[in-house]
Design a binder for this molecule. Structure first.
Ligand SMILES: *Cc1c(COP(=O)(O)O)cnc(C)c1O
Length: 559
């Protein structure tokens, strides 16, 4: 069956595969940075009118909706949504073999339309199709629902089903871009399609690696692989490509991709050490400028830097904006946040207190509680100039230690409640991020190096003149100029330090810079603060955007 869509006629497309994608607050098929980045990739591709088609899973029950009990225990609910409200079901249908059954796969078409006329098709694969067994109909229900058999079945649908549906729809694909290893089964399907010609497949495939955290790299036992995939490709070939003892999806992608990249310069080095023998390039992440700039700053940029949205390099001209107007725009964004916090949590925050934001997945290496290492120091800083803190973030349902981090923060909220106002916003997602990031004064980031491959929320902060205060890891190493674009926490990336020494120096910087630099600048040298806000926009946002990122993918990977 071949049904051509308007996009496919006479054009060769880039196929961008991602297990998760963050397109819209109402489509909860993302868990964090990886998915939002995939969304920004598509949004910039639409603005740049690239011939790109994205493929993902429909995840009808989303990742999950987070509620928090009064003492900070996370409760998870399905985040059900209705694809029919946002997209159209295409008539094409393909089959994949799972446990020797034919499973039917269909696709929903969502179109990402750019304000300047581009239009990118996103295919949401769905197995909830009549004729499939109830169990198979549930394969595309939960994003990251399980890391065993359920996950492997999902990856068959994404990788194998994805390639087949693109063929059925008449797409001609120039390159297949795997956003993380979840989609690497697509390379196996291509091997089969092209008579096991590895060179041919390698020439077609691009792989982007996003994390050095080992648990995030999918691995499946060959027993499981045989149960689910049967003899899809001969086992000895698979062992050569994906690892001797387990099928490692990252390894599979590395071995079948001509172009491989990490998402920052630092992570290029880290991943080259993790995966010796592969040439790994660096394309540092970016965010979609128009999406992540708050309304007040959009208005301001429109007034002084017309054309900035589709040419974010123009933000280098931020110095043409008067300081008072930058401050007013920020106070507007901050009011939206503080009102939202006060409605949601009854903490009673105010508009003029130095507000520090921290929102990320609640997981060990992000170290959300580092700022609570010495409560007396924190109280002392707060006596010199008041501070208030806002947190948000979900823990993966099976990450017990991540859930404990949230609970611990609730403990600190209680301990400090008479002195420092602290809030934890539930259910961190795109909609809360739109308020939380631009409304903070300082954006705090304390990951354990080298585990933050890039990080992107700090780039969103910079687009809104929010100052980064961050450990030197991932993108921040490239964006940081001390006292100009923000402040560093802890040792330089090239310093060799023991873990205890690292921690001691991080804590020292965290408290000393807050007490002697950040608080006094905010309260006593407002002009200097606003100059730094402008430097953030002019020296960070102008570069760390997904338009620049996509232009690099085009010139270095796609063509
Ligand atoms: C940007 C974003 C992230 C990723 O932030 P990091 O700094 O990379 O951890 C996660 N979740 C949401 C909702 C975001 O908007």
């Amino acid at each position: 069956m071949s049904e051509c869509l308007p996009y496919t006629i006479g054009k060769q497309s880039i196929a961008f595969f991602s297990m998760e994608i963050g397109l819209d607050g109402g489509i909860p098929t993302y868990s964090g940075g990886l998915g939002i980045l995939a969304g920004d990739t598509v949004r910039s591709s639409a603005d740049l009118k690239l011939p790109l088609v994205a493929v993902t899973l429909v995840s009808r029950k989303g990742y999950f909706r987070q509620e928090l009990t009064s003492d900070g225990w996370q409760i998870e609910y399905p985040d059900e949504w209705d694809p029919a409200k946002f997209m159209t079901l295409l008539p094409a249908e393909v089959r994949v073999q799972i446990q020797r059954r034919d499973v039917k796969v269909k696709a929903w078409l969502y179109e990402v339309k750019s304000l300047v006329g581009g239009n990118i098709p996103v295919l949401f694969l769905d197995t909830d199709v009549e004729g499939n067994t109830p169990e198979d109909r549930a394969i595309t229900n939960y994003l990251y629902g399980d890391d065993g058999i359920y996950r492997l079945k999902q990856e068959v649908v994404l990788g194998v089903g994805g390639v087949r549906i693109l063929d059925a729809l008449g797409f001609q694909i120039r390159r297949y871009h795997m956003n993380e290893g979840h989609s690497s089964l697509l390379a196996l399907e291509l091997l089969r399609k092209f008579g096991m010609d590895m060179e041919k497949v390698r020439n077609l495939c691009i792989f982007t690696t996003h994390t050095p955290v080992d648990a995030a790299h999918d691995k499946f036992s060959y027993d499981l692989v045989r149960e689910v995939l049967d003899d899809f490709v001969p086992l000895d070939t698979l062992r050569k490509l994906g690892g001797e003892n387990v099928l490692n999806m990252t390894r599979l992608a590395l071995n079948l991709s001509e172009y491989i990249n990490g998402v920052s310069k630092k992570y290029q080095l880290t991943s080259s050490r993790l995966f010796p023998g592969y040439q790994i390039n660096a394309i540092t992440n970016g965010v979609h400028s128009y999406t992540w700039t708050s309304e007040p700053f959009k208005k301001l940029f429109d007034k002084y830097i017309p054309g900035w949205a589709n040419e974010p390099e123009l933000l280098v001209r931020v110095d043409t904006i008067p300081n008072e107007e930058v401050w007013e725009a920020h106070q507007d964004a901050k009011k939206t946040l503080i009102d939202f916090v006060n409605e949601t949590t009854k903490v009673g925050m105010d508009y003029n207190t130095l507000t520090i934001g921290f929102a990320r997945r609640a997981t060990g290496y992000k170290r959300a509680t580092l700022i609570f290492s010495d409560l007396d120091k924190l109280r002392k800083i707060n006596r010199k100039g008041r501070i208030q803190l806002i947190f948000a973030g979900k823990a993966h349902p099976r990450d017990e230690s991540g859930k404990k981090i949230i609970k611990e923060i609730f403990g600190y909220i209680e301990t400090l409640k008479d002195k420092i106002k602290i809030a934890y916003l539930p259910n961190y997602n795109m909609s809360t991020a739109f308020k939380l990031i631009p409304g903070s004064d300082v954006w705090l980031n304390t990951p354990l190096p080298p585990l933050e491959a890039s990080g992107t929320s700090g780039m969103k902060a910079a687009h809104n003149g929010v100052l980064n205060f961050s450990v030197l890891d991932g993108w921040w190493i490239e964006g940081w100029i001390e006292g100009v674009t923000g402040w560093a926490i802890g040792p330089l990336p090239e310093e060799e330090v023991s873990e205890p020494e690292r921690r001691a120096r991080e804590i020292e910087d965290l408290y000393n810079k807050l007490e002697y630099v950040i608080v006094p600048t905010y309260y006593q040298r407002r002009d200097e603060w606003i100059e730094m806000m402008k430097s953030s926009i002019g020296k960070i946002a102008y570069y760390f955007n997904s338009h620049r990122m996509m232009r690099r993918y085009i010139t270095e990977a796609y063509f």
